[in-house]
Each structure stands twice: as structure tokens, then as C-alpha cells.
Design a binder for this molecule. Structure first.
Ligand SMILES: [Ca+2]
Length: 186
């Protein structure tokens, strides 16, 4: 093999190593999620009714990675695993919101409330609710981001504004938007 061949081979090995490095990291992080958690797949066109108008979006969800494309694109953050995505009228005002069931490390980012002494660096489930805002390139305007959910969510379903959280022991709790945030109703 000549010098050019060696250089090409070395470059190919480096690229493969980099790719493997990323996927190995993803895999090792993925392995930290509970085994009972269901990571859903989606590949759907969804018509979203918002205060700023109706818009068709395409939602893809695969192995915890979320992409919502419309006028722009929303991509889930690195280190966040999106288990499921729902488009429905959370607060019963006649317009859709986007609700994500996200698993991430800790409840807060760089800044936490002064009364919270410690934010454990472990994965926990969170519900993030966004208004659809067509003036934003990424469309998603955060209106409510939960800290770690008080119940374990193996799976979540939504029906007529009620949010059903199914726990690993197959018990179900019901949640509904009341005033500001989700309240347990059953
Ligand atoms: Ca709404």
C-alpha cells in the first residue's frame, strides 16, 4: 500500500473511531435509563392549531431523539432522551400545545432555586409543555417545564385533556392542567 493509501486508511479509521465514540457515548447514556421505560418511535405529519395559525409539522422520534420540522426545525437537546411526544390542547383554550416526555439528568440546568441544595446528577422523567409560536424559528415556546416527576412513568397516554401516567407496577395516575401546571386528579 502506498503513502496515499495509508493516509486514506488512517483517515477512514479516524472517522469510524469518532463515529463509534459518539455512538458508544449515546449507548452508555442510554443504558442509564430504566429498563422499564418505553422509548416510542414516531414519523408523522401533524396539523397543529395554534393562536398564530394552523401549520403542518413533521415529527420524527427514534431512540429518544426528537425532530420537529415545519418552517424551521426543533431538535431535542444533547443528553436528553424524548420518550414520547404529544400534540393536544393541554389547557383547553382551543389551541394545541406540544408536550414532551423527556428523560434528562437532574431537574435544573446551571441555575437552581436557592432552596434546592442539591440537584442529583441522575436521569429522571420530566414533562415539558410548549406553545406553538409561528414567530419562532423552532416554533416551541416553553410554558411549563416540570422538575423530576413525582411518579415513575413507564408509559404515558392522553385522552380528552387528561394525561394518564402508567407506572412500572401497572398502576395509573391521572393528571390535568389546572391553572398553572399539572395537578393529579386520580
Ligand atoms: Ca391550548
Amino acid at each position: 500500500m502506498g503513502l496515499k493509501g495509508c493516509i486514506k486508511l488512517t483517515a477512514a479509521v479516524m472517522i469510524i473511531s469518532l463515529c463509534c465514540g459518539v455512538s458508544t457515548h449515546e449507548r452508555s447514556e442510554r443504558a442509564l435509563l430504566p429498563r422499564w421505560l418505553t422509548l416510542h418511535d414516531m414519523d408523522e405529519d401533524v396539523l397543529i392549531h395554534s393562536q398564530s395559525g394552523d401549520e403542518q409539522a413533521h415529527i420524527t422520534l427514534s431512540d429518544g431523539r426528537l425532530s420537529i420540522t415545519s418552517g424551521g426545525e426543533y431538535l431535542s437537546e444533547e443528553g436528553h432522551f424524548t420518550a414520547d411526544c404529544f400534540v393536544f390542547d393541554v389547557d383547553a383554550d382551543g389551541f394545541d400545545e406540544v408536550m414532551l416526555y423527556v428523560w434528562k439528568r437532574g431537574s435544573y440546568g446551571r441555575f437552581r432555586p436557592f432552596w434546592v441544595e442539591e440537584d442529583p446528577d441522575v436521569y429522571s422523567g420530566h414533562l415539558f409543555i410548549y406553545e406553538w409560536d409561528m414567530s419562532r424559528p423552532d416554533r416551541l415556546d416553553p410554558i411549563w417545564m416540570s422538575s423530576a416527576m413525582p411518579v415513575q412513568g413507564m408509559d404515558i397516554s392522553v385522552k380528552e385533556g387528561d394525561i394518564y401516567i402508567i407506572s412500572p407496577d401497572n398502576s395509573t395516575t391521572t393528571w390535568r392542567w389546572e391553572g398553572w401546571g399539572l395537578t393529579k386528579t386520580g
